[in-house]
Structure formats: structure tokens, C-alpha cells
Design a protein. Structure first.
Length: 207
């Protein structure tokens, strides 16, 4: 069986994978439930989930395997409590994910990037045109080159702003990752508490 930390990490990974295509609570719950269905299935193996059916199955097992079967059934019950605990964390994860995606989409939107590039290109063209007009009309030497230089400075300013946006995106990604690590730690602690409540010091060994 997985350790509580491994189970918490696998739960978050399943949750994130589920909401990758659809950021809804329904998708998130589906991802978490699939993860725990697999955990319960792995825990019980061929043992029935129903308590009455388990009693009948125990009668057919050798005595040395009955204790392990009962232990696994108790741990399956603990997994159901852990499932409920994991589902309770979904709103927090969805909220943080939605906020991160909205911030990321705003900074990296094609409209925003296209507007910045278009403005910088226009600045170069306008600067060159004005400089050329001054040079031809008033005879100012090097006015065309001066206009181009002013336009290029505007372009470099846009590049600098782009670098700042990149740093903000990196910072936001780091904060989002740390937030998920906090959720993982909280899940791990909650899972360990469930084990203690059910009399387990650790998950039972795998089959």
C-alpha cells in the first residue's frame, strides 16, 4: 500500500489531471474518486466489500489468512474516510488553480502580446517617418536616424516590459506550486490522523 504522503501526492495528481481539461468540481470529484476506487481495489484484492459476504469468504480462508483479510477490510474502511477528506480539499484546489490560470492567461494573452508588439513596430515606423520629414523639410541632418533611434527605444521598452511579465509569471507559478505543496502536507497529516483513529500505525503491506 502507499504511504500517506504518496497517497496525498497521487490524489493531487489525479485531481490536477482531471481538471486539466475541465476546471469544475464535478471533474475534480471524478478524478479523486477514481484514484480512491483503485486504492480500495488494491487493498481488498479478491475480498468482497460487503461485510456479510466477507464473513462467508473468511470461512473458506485458512486461519493464518483471516487476520490479514480482516485487517485489509478495516483499512478499506479507513480509505473511505480518507476519500471524504480528500474531496473536502477540492474547493481550495479549484480556487487556487482558477486564480493562477486567470493570471497566467491575462499576462500571456495574444491580445496583450499583439498589442505590445504592434505598438513597438508602429513607434519605429512613426519615428522614422517623422525624422525623414524633418530631414527633408527642414534640412535637419540625421533626423531620420534620430527618429528610428527613438522608435527603437520604444521597442526596447516593450522588451523590458515583457521580461518583467515573465518574472511575474514565474513568481505566480512558484506561489501556486507552494500552495499545492501546503495542500499535500495537510492531506498527508489528515490521512495519518485517519489511520490513528482506525488503529493503524501505517498502511498494511501490499499483497
Amino acid at each position: 500500500m502507499r504511504s500517506n504522503r504518496e497517497l496525498a501526492r497521487a490524489t493531487l495528481e489525479a485531481l490536477q489531471a482531471a481538471v486539466e481539461a475541465e476546471l469544475t468540481e464535478k471533474a475534480a470529484r471524478s478524478g479523486v474518486n477514481r484514484r480512491f476506487d483503485l486504492e480500495v481495489e488494491t487493498c481488498l484484492g479478491p475480498l468482497p466489500r460487503d461485510a456479510k459476504a466477507l464473513e462467508e469468504a473468511l470461512e473458506e480462508l485458512p486461519e493464518d489468512l483471516r487476520e490479514d483479510a480482516l485487517n485489509r477490510h478495516r483499512y478499506a474502511a479507513a480509505l473511505e474516510v480518507k476519500r471524504a477528506a480528500a474531496l473536502a480539499f477540492i474547493p481550495e484546489v479549484l480556487q487556487r488553480t482558477a486564480a493562477y490560470r486567470a493570471f497566467d492567461a491575462e499576462l500571456a494573452s495574444p491580445r496583450r502580446l499583439g498589442g505590445a508588439v504592434g505598438s513597438s513596430a508602429l513607434a519605429v515606423i512613426v519615428g522614422a517617418a517623422l525624422g525623414y520629414g524633418l530631414e527633408r523639410g527642414l534640412g535637419l541632418p540625421y533626423a531620420t536616424w534620430a527618429g528610428i533611434a527613438i522608435g527603437l527605444l520604444a521597442f526596447l521598452r516593450v522588451i523590458t516590459q515583457g521580461l518583467r511579465v515573465g518574472r511575474r509569471m514565474t513568481k505566480a507559478e512558484g506561489e501556486y506550486t507552494r500552495a499545492l505543496e501546503v495542500v499535500e502536507a495537510a492531506l498527508t497529516a489528515r490521512f495519518a490522523e485517519v489511520d490513528r483513529q482506525h488503529g493503524f500505525s501505517a498502511p498494511p503491506a501490499g499483497p
